[in-house]
Design a protein around this ligand. Structure first.
Ligand code: 13P
Length: 245
């Protein structure tokens, strides 16, 4: 049985004070929920303050990216040991916004995934097609290439520590959610690509305009094990409602 994971990707939103206020309000609202995992991924400056604010609660902390080197002359990058020391358990890797605006490739995604595992952070690897790719009917090909590139060289034990997020780019921030059937088709396809020893254990999250109104029917699908939520995770009330779907 895969435990659902509801993860808030705050993207480039909220100052430190706003982040602490948001997570404190959320903690009140999701108190006692223990049959699913709750994760928030704030900006780098807010990681430690949020870690302190969620100490002793059922909320976990994640980062939005990781660099593969441990330290050195890499201006603007943040390493695994730094994220670990800030209290992170998870890290999002290869989000479509990273691929689109910051030149992330399957190869760099793979290097970041390996770095995360090396420093005992749990990677959430994002894959997903653009609208153009869906219209050209190459969704599965795109997702397969991204997935295989992202997990290339991982051992069975490492794969068991990995989470996949399917985020169709056309559904991100658009209010246009994939239908549960559309999402399930790709989730089942992704699961089928995973090695037999891990495929029933690895969680596959859906991301793209998930909200309190559509979470239940998405989560009812067999291969949808949680959500990676952007916009709706920025309001404690909405995110709490999603968590408690
Ligand atoms: P929205 O929930 O705002 O569509 O964002 C989804 C996403 O990109 C999460 O990583």
């Amino acid at each position: 049985m895969r435990k659902p994971l509801l993860a808030g990707n705050w993207k480039m939103n909220k100052t430190i004070d706003e982040s602490v206020a948001l997570v404190s309000e959320l903690a009140e609202k999701v108190k006692g929920v223990d049959d699913r995992e709750i994760l928030v991924c704030p900006t780098y400056p807010a990681l430690k303050p949020v870690a302190d604010a969620i100490a002793g609660t059922n909320i976990m902390l994640g980062a939005q990216n990781i660099f593969w080197e441990e330290k050195g002359a890499y201006t603007g990058e943040v390493s695994g040991p730094m994220l670990k020391a800030a209290g992170c358990k998870y890290v999002i890797i290869g989000h479509s916004e990273r691929r689109q605006y910051f030149g992330e490739t399957d190869e760099t995604v793979n290097k970041r995934v390996k770095a995360a595992l090396k420093y005992r952070l749990l990677p959430i690897i994002c894959v997903g097609e653009t609208l153009e790719e869906r219209e050209k009917d190459v969704t599965k090909k795109v997702v397969e290439t991204q997935l295989k590139g992202g997990i290339n060289g991982l051992t069975t034990d490492e794969l068991l520590l990995t989470t996949i997020a399917y985020e169709p780019v056309w559904a991100i921030g658009t209010g246009k959610t994939a239908s549960p059937e559309q999402a399930e088709e790709v989730h089942a396809f992704i699961r089928g690509l995973l090695p037999a020893e891990v495929k029933d254990t690895v969680r596959i999250l859906y991301g793209g305009s998930m909200n309190p109104g559509n979470v239940k029917e998405l989560m009812a699908k067999e291969d949808i094990d949680g959500g990676l939520i952007g916009g709706a995770s920025l309001k404690a009330e909405d995110f709490a409602a999603i968590v408690k779907y």
